[in-house]
Design a binder for this molecule. Structure first.
Ligand code: DHB
Ligand code: FE
Length: 322
């Protein structure tokens, strides 16, 4: 069975890619940002996924305004790097996984998500910058990548709730794939930013931090954030954050936050990174464990007060979940 071992949320600010490509990572402006991603790179080097599902948005590079799919699933063998105006980034070509992508397309469409099947597509900074941030600059990417391209460019973008539910359907599809594969899913973009107009440069750090907290502990709160609320509170481009909810939906209800980093600014963007792991199979989350502990303590109290033995038994069972 393929399984999603964890999720990565990260900004995809194009200036980060330019800093790497132009050898500026040691500049004082960039040092704190790249330092902040070092633990994430170490996590990824240990995780060694076979496949990455990269949820990102195209910025009018693969698609122009003639056709804008809400959810475009990259089903090609490979995905060339887009030239965004100053030459393609010097990063390896992205190798896809057409068989698994076709399975995802089938499963998601049968689950009533109307995916657009994309058999030819160039990928822009939305995909390549997260790859660079998490994998560094190897001669070839160490895993296959299935791009999932979400429209957040032209109104209306999908809601956070729909994105979250799509994530759940992705997890089901992955778990029904009969091959032992380790999968990591990314949600990219954000965090708060507005790149044009009178509010250009807007950053709302409390909003961003609450979003990171919500991913970790209360995604149900995040799925209720209305599209206009992202725009109003955190800038027009903050709507990119709905893509992080696809990543979150693809994980179990209870996750372990293994890393978090937040930095302002990179270009005009607040940069965030979070890494969430599914709690290991058969092991309850910390929240559930502490509930079990509380139940155990209550049972102990009950036992002292002469409660029936079954209370003690349930305490034993609660322990097993540790
Ligand atoms: C910027 C950030 C983005 O996410 C993006 O897609 C384009 C530009 C920026 O901050 O400059
Ligand atoms: Fe973007």
């Amino acid at each position: 069975m393929a399984r999603i071992m964890g999720g990565v949320g990260t900004s995809h600010t194009p200036a980060i890619g330019a800093a790497v490509d132009l050898g500026k990572t040691g500049d004082p402006y960039w040092v704190p940002l790249f330092k902040g991603y070092e633990p994430a790179q170490r996590w990824m080097a240990e995780a060694k996924p076979d496949v990455v599902i990269m949820v990102y948005n195209d910025h009018v590079n693969a698609f122009d305004f003639k056709i804008i799919p809400t959810f475009g699933l990259g089903c090609a063998e490979e995905f060339p790097i887009a030239d965004e105006g100053w030459g393609a980034r010097p990063v390896p070509i992205v190798k896809g996984y057409p068989e698994l992508a076709a399975h995802l397309a089938q499963s998601l469409v049968l689950d009533e998500f109307d995916m657009t099947i994309v058999n030819e597509m160039q990928v822009d900074h939305g995909l390549t910058v997260p790859m660079t941030l998490l994998f560094g600059s190897p001669p070839q990417w160490p895993c296959r990548v299935i791009p999932l391209c979400v429209n957040v460019i032209q109104y209306p973008a999908p809601t956070g709730h729909r994105c979250y539910m799509l994530g759940k359907a992705i997890r089901k599809a992955v778990e029904n794939w009969d091959e032992d594969l380790k999968v990591v899913i990314f949600g990219t973009g954000g965090m708060s930013h507005q790149i044009q107009g009178p509010r250009a440069g807007l950053v709302n750090a409390p909003f961003d931090k609450a979003f990171l907290d919500g991913l970790s502990r209360d995604p149900q709160r995040l799925v209720r954030i209305a599209p206009l609320e992202y725009l109003r509170e955190a800038g027009a481009e903050a709507i990119e954050l709905v893509m992080w909810l696809i990543m979150r939906g693809a994980l179990r209800d209870h996750v372990k936050e293994v890393y978090r980093f937040y930095h302002v600014p990179a270009s005009s963007t607040a940069v965030g990174n979070i890494i969430l792991e599914n709690a290991p199979e058969g092991r309850a989350s910390k929240g559930a464990r502490s509930k079990a502990k509380i139940a155990g303590t209550a049972a102990k109290r009950g036992a002292r007060a002469g409660a029936p033995r079954t209370a003690g038994k349930s305490r034993g069972q609660a322990r097993k979940t540790k």
